[in-house]
Design a protein around this ligand. Structure first.
Ligand SMILES: [Zn+2]
Length: 440
């Protein structure tokens, strides 16, 4: 086993590095003599230990072995042979658990006592759970738009949460990410299960949210590995479904653009097997409703995106009628149960609970619910609560909260200086009250 750089082809037997020391390219794990066997004594992802890194510790919560279900109603309507792989049945409700199980086991083998990572949602929830099981301290830097329910999961697992999430942190070498080689190996098991389920009669297309690119890449990597040893002899197209700009802004847990793993995505692109397409938020909300009402599956907003993208590709004749397609449903709707308000209020005219307001804004509302304050006083109060943001950032938040009609400004003269005192509006206090009710 060794790591190889996708860019400059650098190779090393040191498995505990994350990026290429020569060119900062992505490293992937290579096996000397790959043999695809299943271990009958193991369950879930561990059944495939012959094509996973050799590990001493096994930090497992029962990940993998997720069901593949024929989408009977939607298949009929679209004239295709459609299947879902429901990754929402993993321990923390997303595909990430496969990566975390392998990566945290590996870090335990390396003797790590603490890790740091940054997240917009699902990655943090999963890492938090596996670190808890492994008795490794998880320091999680959370994006301010994180969904409240996901943030609460991380806190419940006992992680140390920090809101200091910015681009500087992303350059930190000691942060673990979903694009690290050992995480990618864990994610690979989705394709191995797909291979076993279809017994060689594989789908023509596999569709999933593009996200940072690590999941689509891992599935592609497993496909390539099985192809190289002669077990797969057809080409599968990988459909990377991406939210358009408006949808990216609207939903939590959509990876910010600076997390986008271009190198991994380009690697699939070189093979000519990548199809990319976008969908908007209205289409995603409609798809969430379709999954629930026609197929009995609750999916979170980003997971729903593959369906409208497939419909577009059929309409544009990029996918032929009768094609066999598998959608990987990456995350459960139970993680974002507040999303149901999106469906009830189609059109997005109103603000949706827990969806469009981040942690910092929530804290601003909390502070203003006890006292009306000037911007500077508010900034000091937030610092006391451990929220260290720059003053201009605070004013940006205040401006947006005013646009949402959650706060209002009242000009006052204090010691001959004009200051704007910020107060909560009726709508703001109502929103805060509903949030608290939802959380209790
Ligand atoms: Zn390199």
């Amino acid at each position: 086993m060794f790591l190889k750089c996708l860019e400059c082809k650098f190779e090393t037997s040191d498995l505990d590095i994350k990026k290429c020391p020569n060119c900062n390219g992505f490293l992937v794990l290579k096996y000397d003599n790959l043999e695809f066997t299943r271990d009958p004594k193991e369950i879930g992802i561990w059944k495939y230990n012959a094509v996973l890194p050799k590990l001493t510790n096994k930090i497992s919560l029962g990940e993998g072995n997720t069901p593949i279900i024929k989408a009977t109603q939607i298949s009929k309507e679209l004239g295709i042979d459609l299947y879902f792989k429901n990754e929402g049945t993993n321990p923390t409700g997303s595909f990430m658990d496969r990566g975390s199980a392998v990566y945290i086991s590996f870090l335990k083998d390396c003797g790590k006592k603490a890790i740091k990572c940054f997240t917009t949602g699902n990655f943090g929830c999963s890492i938090a759970a596996y670190c808890s099981k492994a008795n490794i301290e998880a320091n999680i830097y959370v994006h301010e738009r994180v969904n409240h329910f996901k943030l609460l999961q991380m806190i419940w697992f006992g992680s140390r949460i920090s809101m200091k999430y910015d681009e500087v942190l992303l350059k930190a070498k000691d942060f673990i990410t979903p694009a690290d080689p050992m995480f990618l190996e864990g994610l690979k098991t989705q394709f191995l299960e797909i291979f076993d389920y279809f017994e060689g009669d594989l789908p023509d297309y596999i569709a999933l949210p593009m996200g940072s690119g690590s999941n689509i890449f891992s599935n592609y990597k497993a496909f390539r590995e099985l192809k190289e040893i002669g077990l797969v002899n057809k080409d599968i197209k990988f459909i990377g479904a991406k939210p358009d700009e408006e949808a990216s802004r609207a939903f939590a847990d959509l990876d910010p653009s600076f997390l986008y793993c271009k190198g991994l995505i380009e690697e699939i692109g070189k093979s000519g097997l990548l199809l990319e397409a976008t969908a908007g938020k209205e289409e995603m909300v409609k798809a969430m409703d379709e999954f629930a009402k026609k197929e009995g599956i609750l999916v979170e907003p980003i997971t729903s995106i593959s369906l409208p993208v497939i419909k577009k590709l059929i309409a544009n004749k990029k996918i032929k009628e009768g094609s066999k397609i598998l959608i990987i449903l990456t995350g459960s709707g139970l993680k974002e149960i507040g999303s149901v308000s999106l469906i009830k209020n189609k059109g997005f005219k109103k603000l949706k609970i827990g969806q469009e307001i981040g942690f910092t804004k929530r804290m601003i509302l909390e502070v203003l619910s006890t006292n009306s304050l000037s911007g500077y006083e508010l900034w000091k109060k937030l610092r006391e609560k451990g929220i260290e943001i720059r003053l201009p950032t605070l004013y940006e938040h205040l401006k947006q909260l005013e646009e949402m009609n959650f706060i209002t400004s009242i000009p006052q003269t204090v010691k001959n200086r004009k200051v704007n005192i910020r107060c909560l509006t009726k709508q703001g206090s109502e929103y805060l009250r509903t949030l608290k009710t939802l959380e209790h």
